[in-house]
Write a protein that binds this ligand. Structure first.
Ligand SMILES: CC(C)(COP(=O)(O)OP(=O)(O)OC[C@H]1O[C@@H](n2cnc3c(N)ncnc32)[C@H](O)[C@@H]1OP(=O)(O)O)[C@@H](O)C(=O)NCCC(=O)NCCS
Length: 191
């Protein structure tokens, strides 16, 4: 099993492992984005954003998951200022295939600048070029237009819709879109 990189760079971004020192800034980003995150992300369910202590635990756990190569949680940071503008990574890995599912969120006041697409594209490149991926996947709620726009912008194929596969955070049944890509040749530049 290859060791996963501590950081990946792209045009405007550095994707890097979180440390516990990042917890306060990451917590601010999560709190500032809570209305959007709580609609779509299971870990953000509820009326209140996660506590600083929960963010600190996420940072610690991220390091363990990275070391054990079971997930690859990275912060999305700006290469110019180092500011944390979201988080991304491989939220599921099957090394036998190998296949990788990419997840992402962007701080609400930084949405609309292409950071989500740039991060997902960099991770897909990394999976195909350095981890021998034969399949890279994105999954999202059918109603999450902004998220499936990222998949389509990058050239992922809408492979399936899994109906009534889970409940969203308000308790309603959710349909999930599955997008997949099988070769880096299909990966488009976001612009
Ligand atoms: C999903 C999410 C990351 C999408 O954010 P986003 O800003 O729409 O996506 P991107 O970062 O790729 O930006 C694309 C937008 O930036 C614009 N843009 C500006 N500069 C750009 C650039 N250099 N490259 C690409 N797009 C650029 C695009 O035109 C597009 O604008 P539009 O919304 O008017 O169509 C964000 O809405 C989010 O974090 N939501 C909450 C969490 C969530 O749902 N996560 C996904 C769960 S599956």
């Amino acid at each position: 099993m290859p060791k996963l990189a501590e950081r990946l760079t792209s045009d405007r971004l550095i994707l890097r492992l979180p440390t516990t020192d990042d917890a306060p800034e990451l917590h601010d980003a999560v709190a500032a984005s809570h209305p959007e995150l709580s609609r779509w992300m299971e870990w953000a369910a509820g009326d209140e954003p996660q506590s600083l202590e929960e963010t600190r635990s996420f940072c610690k756990e991220a390091h363990r998951k990275w070391q054990e190569c079971i997930e690859y949680p990275v912060l999305i940071t700006l290469s110019t200022t180092g500011e944390i503008v979201g988080a991304s990574g491989f939220v599921a890995i099957d090394w036998d295939v190998p296949m990788f599912e990419i997840g992402y969120w962007v701080r609400t006041d930084c949405v609309g600048r292409g950071y989500g697409s740039e991060a997902a594209r960099r991770l897909a490149c990394y999976a195909f070029e350095e981890l021998d991926a034969v399949r890279v996947e994105l999954r999202m709620d059918t109603l999450n237009t902004r998220s499936w726009s990222i998949a389509e912008r990058l050239g992922f194929e809408w492979e399936a819709t899994l109906k009534k596969i889970a409940r969203v955070n308000n308790g309603e049944l959710r349909d999930t879109r599955v997008y997949a890509m099988f070769s880096i040749a299909d990966l488009k530049a976001p612009r």
